[in-house]
Design a protein around this ligand. Sequence first.
Ligand SMILES: [Zn+2]
Length: 94
Amino acid sequence: MTEKKEIIIKNYMEDIVRKNLNEQLEKRDDLCKCELCKNDIFAYSLNHLPPKYVVTDKGHIYTKLQEMEFQFNADVTREVLKAIEFVKKNKRHE
Ligand SMILES: [Zn+2]
């Protein structure tokens, strides 16, 4: 073996949700976008979506991520939207 590859285990759903969430938040000005609320939205979305774990080397992440994004983006958009509404109604700070 000449090339050393770093093998990792990864939940692609996290990256897809994070990206989708940032895109949706950019379009809204009716919500709090602090770290707490953003992470609440992130966690709520992930709890309502199936995890997509893969074992891969770092070089392959991005092509695979695009495929998965294409496949799951409609579901992710729906869940992120629900999460936004939930957190908006259940804000944990003043
Ligand atoms: Zn907030």
